[in-house]
Design a protein around this ligand. Sequence first.
Ligand code: IPT
Length: 269
Amino acid sequence: PSIGLITASLTLHAPSQIAAAIKSHASTRQLEVAIAMPAMADYDSLQARLNEFRAQNIRGAIINLPLEGSIAEKLVSENPDICCLFLDISPETNVSCVRFDHHEGCGACVSHLWALGHRHFGLLAGPESSVSARMRLSSWREALHRHGVSNAVTVFGDWSAASGWRKAFELLHQYPRISAIVVANDQMALGVLSALAQLNRTGSRAISVTGYDDTADSLYFQPPLTTVAQDFNTLGKRAVELLIQQVDAPQMRIRELLPTRLVVRQSTW
Ligand code: IPT
């Protein structure tokens, strides 16, 4: 038997680590994983993938794509014979999901920088098309607001290191006094660190940088990255376990929240 996985691009580190975790936990349960990676996250592309799964007799699918709530809800109501478990949707969406609690991690990250004395912040958000990117940005802004900071500058990247590199120059150009850059994922933070090194903003002139994900490589960035950890192995494991339960009891509505936590390393000071 097989389960399905519809995933965001596996060129990105987080989705590929999540897919690897799903694959290895599924194999301990003697399940194959059919992977689909649609180029777009619109209703028709997802429905087409579910139709392919149905043709392979697949009864349960994990969906790790940033989806608007209305699309996720429509997929569930139009496909009652396939259980769908979503990993990247907003909390208001009325579907089964396992997701990370962004509040905790985003708040801890801003408070950590504040406690170090930072008052001039740049925010490098993920793409506006991603629900998770939007939720991280609004959590940072809430936390900054609680500390009375109202002058943070925001730019948007596309999750890639290349976009992080470009946007770092843009941020510093817009707001030269920035002393800390809060970044929505580790890959963009890698690009930011590279740009800062190029601008000689290292050592005693360094700008603090935080990431998000704590993917396997982030400990080896230069400097090692302070970041908000999401445990992708646990996510993959819970997703497989909960999907199996849901296939046995399709009426069940699953809503599980996993913690995030700040990991402090040398990129903040
Ligand atoms: C999210 C990652 O944090 C981000 O780095 C990027 O890879 C994105 O996925 C791609 O969609 S993690 C997701 C479970 C919200």
